[in-house]
Ligand binder design. Structure first.
Ligand code: SAH
Length: 463
């Protein structure tokens, strides 16, 4: 981060603007919005600046810049059309340790003025670090559509109740939960719809009804994080991720998804490598339980869908037995994400009428699958965890009658920017995998639909 965003209280603080043109007037106007005491120094001023002077918004020193004008100012902005003067302001300000900004000249700036979305008291500042003010402005415009003006009123309402809530709810964690329910519920709905009084009344009622015990109950969210691309998360997953106190995540959860978990939440990695470990799984079950019993909102974040080869069922069985409340949020499973991003429809009227998901995980070097079922025509077979057992799998399928030419796709790190797709046949895919050494996680799709990859693949072309 090249610039630290901070919000500065400039009320009644002297600030100097050097220059009398329209840009200087704009900067001065901004400082006035924050109620700074603004002085402009310039030999002549534009009509806009003159209007501000006439309205007593600014004091005007009719003359040229000299260093003695700097003293006592909190910050200085230079916006003249004379590069030399701008340079001189910058150097003098530096020497006197006064923060300086030279308009349109990022190299001569200690601070930059961001693009501002003003929903006071909510203020959003967007900066591109001086690289592209236009991009920052576009972003601000997008935020404008996302944050309706009534957000300011909502913040004011919360501000009015802060003390009362603090008195009734002594613990920070309780207050956080209370405010979350206010801001995600009826109170916010009323205010955002312009029903200010009803918003105020429901907040009052909510505060009276809330019992501290309700705000101390633990809960577990078992959430599917999808196959990698963070945009494949559901709204519900994101909402629960944003309110967790602690998160237990495994190897398949992508960095980008993890970055969307509430920043203050404690993050615990409980990743498993290829061989599933019974004890380890029990430990995880226990961890979820203990933290929920301590009153925390525990997020269990799993790759893909928690109920598809995810052991999600086992994790919540323990919770159910102990009467711990939990919610389960489905995620996009690897088969769905990888097939879509590889341009391979799992079913197709001409080639495949059903689809089976199997695990290719070896048990003592063997695979115990219903081979007869898997070799039936007009279906798609998706193999999870299949890389290590690939030679066994392909041999068995052929032994039970699958054609050696049956197309197979190997998809590495599907839906991420590292996605790679190889297409081969059941006879040759094991050699291909040995040669190419794909990086986990990998998924196999077996069936005629794989031939569609050539014409339908879209994702890799786009990045
Ligand atoms: N619950 C997960 C599956 C967990 S089992 C889900 O619904 O997707 C782990 C296996 O999922 C991996 O061995 C791999 O076969 C597959 N997998 C998960 N994410 C993947 C990805 N992004 N690309 C390819 N395969 C993936």
């Amino acid at each position: 981060m090249e610039y630290l965003p901070i919000f500065v209280d400039l009320k009644n603080r002297p600030c100097l603007v050097v220059g009398g043109g329209d840009i200087a007037a704009r900067k001065a106007g901004l400082l006035r919005k924050a109620q700074a005491k603004v002085t402009i120094v310039a030999p002549t001023v534009s009509a806009t600046t003159q209007a501000l002077i006439d309205a007593d918004e600014l004091s005007w020193i009719n003359g040229t810049f000299s260093k003695d004008l700097l003293s006592g100012n909190s910050l200085v902005i230079a916006a003249t059309d004379d590069e030399k003067v701008n340079q001189q302001v910058y150097q003098q300000a530096k020497q006197n340790n006064i923060l300086v900004n030279v308009a349109d000249c990022p190299e001569l700036c200690d601070f930059i003025l961001p693009s501002i979305l003003d929903r006071s008291p909510i203020v959003v500042a967007v900066s591109s670090g001086g690289k592209s003010p236009i991009l920052a402005r576009q972003l601000r415009a997008r935020l404008e559509t996302l944050i309706p003006p009534a957000y300011g009123k909502l913040a004011d309402l919360v501000g009015r109740y802060r003390n009362a809530v603090q008195q009734k709810l002594p613990k920070l964690s309780m207050r956080r939960r209370f405010w979350e329910s206010v801001l995600q519920g009826k109170v916010a709905d009323h205010v955002l719809a312009g029903r200010d009084q009803q918003g105020d009344d429901s907040l009052q009622a909510l505060l009276e009804q809330t019992k501290t015990a309700d705000l101390q109950k633990g809960e577990v969210y078992l959430v599917g994080a999808g196959p990698g691309d963070p945009e494949l998360l559901t709204f519900k997953a994101l909402r629960l991720m944003q309110q967790a106190d602690i998160v237990f995540y495994d190897r398949l959860v992508s960095k980008e998804v993890l970055a969307l978990v509430r920043r203050e939440a404690e993050q615990v990695y409980v990743g498993k490598q290829r061989a599933w470990h019974a004890v380890r799984q029990e430990e995880i079950n226990q961890l979820l339980l203990t933290h929920a019993q301590q009153g925390k909102r525990v997020l269990r974040l799993k790759g893909g869908d928690p109920f598809i080869f995810g052991r999600g069922g086992e994790e919540i069985e323990t919770l159910a037995a102990e009467n711990i409340p939990f919610q389960v949020v489905p995620g996009i499973t690897a088969a769905s994400g990888c097939s879509t991003y590889a341009g391979i429809p799992l079913t197709h009227r001409d080639y495949s009428q059903s689809c089976t998901f199997v695990t290719g995980q070896l048990k003592e070097g063997e695979l115990d699958l219903n081979w007869q079922a898997l070799v039936q025509p007009r279906q798609t077979v998706v193999v999870y965890m299949g890389l290590a057992g690939l030679p066994v799998l392909t041999k068995q399928l052929q032994k039970h009658g699958m054609s050696a030419h049956m197309p197979v796709a190997l998809i590495q790190q599907g839906t991420t920017t590292h996605q790679k797709v190889w297409v081969s046949t059941i006879a040759e895919i094991a050699d291909l995998a040995e040669r190419e050494q794909p990086i986990a996680p990998t998924l196999f799709i077996i069936g005629e639909v794989v031939n569609l990859h050539n014409s339908l693949s879209w994702f890799e072309k786009n990045h």
